[in-house]
Ligand binder design. Structure first.
Ligand SMILES: [Zn+2]
Length: 808
């Protein structure tokens, strides 16, 4: 006690005086204990220690408070009365305080905060991929009470709050017991907190003062009005600290035992429930002995409450501590980073990732990594998309996430890179949909100089006349440029953006015709998804990372017929990149950017699109690596892996709207009487042009510019006549027009005329878009629009003629 040994402050210091506290007598020898206690009444000089009760009610000794023994006895009686009065007043005061605080809290919001829940990314097999910590960097994984297992709640009540079901949020018996115990021991050895007050404390930690304890008690009472006992237990089990940054029994069960809380055994539940009292001290991974002792205490409390029988008790007591600690999951790192940047949700979030397919993809990437490293190539990225939904099923952003020296953490699947020739199928698709070509149409691969572009083919040679099918499969540059010129760069760019290639954000004039040869930048994921549009029959959907997510209704970009034709043009046994191995049928297109910096392959069938990029993260050139040599084998290997073990893969059925017709095997046009070799080819009825073979007339009649080229190659020996038939009579080829201001006050329409003998009607196209249908012999009118235009006139017999004009 504070006044032991005796205070020497009483100024009187006269014999036979006693201190006001009635415990000390001042004699000639100085202060000694008072003979108040009956045991010491006759032995005034016996050293005396005040009883516990006396100490409880003894106010501290004060100055000038010495008095006589008789007065001391009077004071003792009075003191007891006073103490009772004090206790009474304290109780009344507490009730008033509680009432006041209740009122105050009632006015303020006393709602529980949301759980500091983590985000747990799961693959579509519900296996965890990655955890994003919740508020305060806590690993908190809230679960319903029925998912905390059969023991945790019972053990908790036994260990922390025996009268949980009978008290209203605070436990008066526990408060009295704690008060008494603390006074007896002279320090705080026991709190009177209940599960409810602890929930309040965890919800909003405050400094431990009497005031906050009162506030918490009131809040606990209020919470009990609002929530059921079960809900309060759930709150506790999801908020309690379990050591490290673990909050809640689910994350603790995962971290210490590698299982769900629902699967905890009695011993495991008892161990965990003992933790929150002193999470650092009882952490089983750091202090197994203390944790084990605490577990036995909890089991003992459970036995004492009759929650477990003696057999369970004895058996569990003997169970050793078996931990299966695991750090948080860390799978598919690039995919998870991408997914986390696309969600603010907390709790379990099921992604589209297929865990097994991801593992296969990572294995394949690892297999090729070694070979690439020997050639000084360090970047590889792979995506696999589900065609039906656009869901990302596998994504590898780099071959080694931990390879910091080669930017392993950079996600190559979303890095903008030059696609090389990988955009070509889309301009072919547009030309097919416009009716300008069919797979059998003859395109010219000859030296050409475009206004802003001097193109070279990838193999730096020219093939002369070549079918559209071959030109695309062989990725020839000139035919692709010519198709782009006919389509218009602006229109192509617009279409590519509709296909989700949002990194092409510059105006069309910035890219020019070079757009089709890879002058823009796209990401592997976006471009793979653009291919998924072709694989889906021409309908576009955004790629998705979360199961069940749809970013909007699908939009039709290409006709189903065209989507089928592109796949048909880019598939075929002879095209398979790995001869000799049994690879399921797939359509595939490669790309190699300037300087060999990026090697690409996109492969698809009705189920999947596999996109592969190989290159340097820093954009250095790749020596001797192309899309075909570096990226295509990976795509083929993945396609084989996708259909193991049977190897049976689906393929596209020709859409009902697709027609087949007999064509001249050389020109791809309708065969005339002079065509010797004929074949069948697909076409789009009502859309594809239907021209009679312009080559096999009485004499072979190549267009003039092609004749020159063929002669230079020695492929043509004699002069031939230009083709006859339909002729555009106005405007003249190569004519320029000036577009006046919109405010000029009159429509600036260009009259168009053509001459043909064999048709009643004429059809007019501007850059492949039909805009007019006119009686033969009458002029059609076309509103001038700035740009380069190819105006085409067709008749019912399939004859056609084109002129190019410029409008400034
Ligand atoms: Zn022919």
């Amino acid at each position: 006690m504070r006044h032991w040994p005796p205070p020497n402050l009483c100024p009187g210091r006269k014999p036979n005086r006693i201190c006001r506290c009635a415990m000390w007598t001042y004699a000639t020898t100085g202060w000694s204990a008072s003979p108040i206690d009956s045991r010491a009444r006759d032995a005034s000089t016996t050293p005396y220690a005040p009883s516990a009760k006396a100490r409880l009610f003894t106010p501290p000794c004060r100055r000038n408070a010495c008095t006589t023994p008789a007065f001391g006895a009077f004071m003792e009686k009075r003191k007891l009365k006073l103490n009772r009065r004090l206790v009474f007043m304290g109780l009344v005061g507490s009730i008033l305080l509680l009432t006041g605080a209740t009122y105050r809290l009632h006015r303020s919001s006393a709602k529980l905060e949301a759980y500091p829940a983590s985000t747990i990314l799961l693959d579509r097999q519900q296996q965890p991929l990655r955890i994003r910590l919740g508020a305060g960097d806590l690993d908190c994984r809230p679960v319903r009470l029925d998912l905390t297992g059969s023991w945790a709640a019972q053990a908790l009540i036994a260990a922390e709050d025996k009268r949980f079901y009978s008290h209203p949020g605070i436990d008066p018996l526990a408060i009295l017991r704690a008060l008494a115990l603390n006074v007896v021991k002279g320090r705080v050895v026991s709190g009177a907190s209940t599960i409810s007050t602890q929930v309040i404390k965890m919800n909003q930690p405050r400094p431990r003062t009497l005031k906050t304890k009162l506030l918490e008690a009131v809040a606990a009472l209020r919470m009990e009005w609002a929530l059921s006992k079960q809900e309060i237990l759930e709150q506790y089990l999801n908020r309690a600290p379990f050591g490290s940054n673990l909050a809640g029994v689910e994350s603790a069960a995962q971290r210490y035992f590698g299982k769900h809380a629902a699967d905890l055994s009695l011993a495991e539940a008892a161990l965990l429930v003992g933790l929150p009292r002193a999470p650092s001290r009882y952490r089983p991974d750091r202090h197994p002995t203390q944790a084990w002792r605490r577990r036995q205490e909890v089991l003992h409390a459970m036995r004492a409450r009759g929650l477990i029988d003696i057999k369970q008790y004895n058996q569990t007591l003997r169970e050793p501590l078996k931990l299966k600690t695991s750090a948080g999951p860390f799978r598919a790192p690039h995919f998870c980073e991408l997914a986390l940047s696309h969600t603010h949700e907390t709790g379990p979030v099921t992604t589209t990732l297929d865990g097994q397919l991801q593992a296969v993809t990572e294995t394949v990437a690892e297999k090729y990594r070694k070979g690439f490293r020997e050639h000084g190539v360090f970047g590889t990225a792979i995506v696999i998309l589900d065609v039906r939904t656009g869901a990302v099923r596998a994504l590898v952003g780099s071959p080694d996430y931990y390879d910091a020296a080669h930017a392993g953490q950079v996600n190559g699947a979303i890095a903008p890179r030059s696609p090389g020739s990988a955009l070509k199928p889309f301009v072919y698709a547009m030309a097919l949909d416009d009716g300008r070509i069919t797979p059998e149409s003859l395109l010219n691969d000859r030296p050409l100089q475009f206004r802003e572009y001097v193109p070279r083919n990838f193999d730096a040679d020219f093939s002369g006349p070549v079918s559209a099918r071959d030109a695309l499969a062989r990725s020839l540059n000139i035919p692709a440029l010519e198709l782009t010129r006919q389509t218009g760069t602006a229109r192509l760019l617009d279409q590519l953006r509709k296909l989700g290639l949002h990194t092409l954000d510059k105006p069309a004039s910035h890219y020019g015709l070079g757009l089709i040869l890879g002058d823009g930048e796209v990401t592997l994921l976006d471009l793979a998804n653009a291919y998924a549009c072709l694989a889906r029959g021409g309908e576009f959907e955004e790629w998705t990372l979360f199961e069940g997510e749809r970013k909007g209704p699908p939009t039709r970009i290409f006709s189903p017929e065209t989507a089928f034709l592109v796949a048909d043009m880019l598939s075929g046994e002879d095209r398979l990149p790995t001869a000799g191995t049994r690879t399921p049928r797939m359509a595939w297109k490669t790309g190699t950017s300037a300087g060999g910096r990026d090697a690409w392959t996109f492969a698809w069938n009705p189920d999947y699109v596999v996109g592969v990029w190989v290159g340097h993260p820093d954009g250095r050139p790749l020596p001797e690596q192309t899309g075909s040599t570096a990226a295509a084998p990976i795509a083929a290997e993945l396609f084989r892996a996708l259909y193991l073990p049977q190897g049976e893969a689906p393929w596209f059925e020709p859409p009902p709207g697709l027609g087949q017709r007999e064509v001249c095997a050389v020109s791809g046009q309708s065969p005339g009487p002079h065509c010797l070799r004929k074949t069948t080819g697909y076409y789009l009825p009502g859309i594809s042009r239907n021209e009679s073979c312009t080559l096999h007339r009485p004499e072979e009649a190549w267009p003039v510019e092609m004749q020159t080229f063929l002669r230079s190659k020695g492929m043509l020996s004699s002069e031939t006549d230009a083709p006859a038939g339909l002729r555009i009579t106005s405007p003249a080829d190569g004519q320029s027009y000036l577009k006046l201001s919109e405010t000029a006050g009159f429509a600036q329409d260009l009259p168009l005329t053509a001459a043909t003998a064999s048709s009643r009607k004429l059809f007019w196209f501007a850059n492949g878009q039909r805009f007019a249908e006119q009686e033969n012999g009458h002029a059609a009118y076309w509103p001038l629009a700035k740009g380069e235009w190819t105006l085409t006139c067709c008749d019912e017999a399939g004859k056609s003629d084109s002129v190019r004009i410029t409008v400034r």
